[in-house]
Design a protein around this ligand. Sequence first.
Ligand SMILES: C[S@@+](CC[C@H](N)C(=O)[O-])C[C@H]1O[C@@H](n2cnc3c(N)ncnc32)[C@H](O)[C@@H]1O
Length: 260
Amino acid sequence: MALGPAVKAISKATVRSDFNDLEAVVHYTRAAHTLGLWASEQILIERYFPDRGARLLEAGCGAGRGCVGLWELGYRHLHAFDFAEELLMQAESLVIERKAQVHLFPADATALDRCDTLRDAVFDGVLFLFNGLMQIPLRRSRRRALRGLAARCRPGGTLLFTTHDRDSTPTEQAMWRLEALRWARGEQDPRLREFGDRYFEEAGTGRTFMHLPDRAEILADLAATGWRPVYDAMRSEIASESRAVRDFSDDCRFWIAVRT
Ligand SMILES: C[S@@+](CC[C@H](N)C(=O)[O-])C[C@H]1O[C@@H](n2cnc3c(N)ncnc32)[C@H](O)[C@@H]1O
């Protein structure tokens, strides 16, 4: 579909600017201060990263919910980055407040080969929590991020991330069948670039871009980027989350993969 002059396709710059927006910064900062790690995250982190001495890298750390949670679980070799500087500043302040030690730095997950901080770094594990990977527009860019993370992880190292799942419920399936019809007729939101993309605005959260994959897409992306999947399950199958966590975030699929 050709875009009119006023309609701009969602890009990495759109996503970055949305995460630097005050509404999003307040939302993620509040979650970092009050929610900490979800029960499901803690279960899988302790199961798949049993060594508290492991060198861990968190991508898309936002306001520090994950990396500070990891510190509080006892992990002591933590690096974390984000490309939204406003969120990163909030993470820095939370790290100081909680007396944590986390090496925080700005970086773009789709351009890790250009990141000086990571030049000679090797990690035992990497995490991209709360669907951050799926907030990268374009499948080729998400694959670039997965490849970049694989390049910084030792063989046998572990990756944990989450996605939505277009097939997770009959309601989702019905909604995506309708969306497929819109794409077939060229009637989809013209700002979207790939089937599975969504761009929406919610009071209190701000604007959100999200790609919703199906399971086959993620399996193919992992195979193409140096990762072997070892586990996946919906969050609701792993733990019963608190009301506060469910209000903050929908159900999602957790993925664990091992660097080949
Ligand atoms: C849904 S938020 C999650 C923030 C935090 N991990 C949490 O769980 O509260 C996704 C994060 O991914 C970051 N992000 C998205 N695309 C990125 C990219 N290309 N490079 C680095 N960070 C990115 C966003 O800035 C945002 O902080």
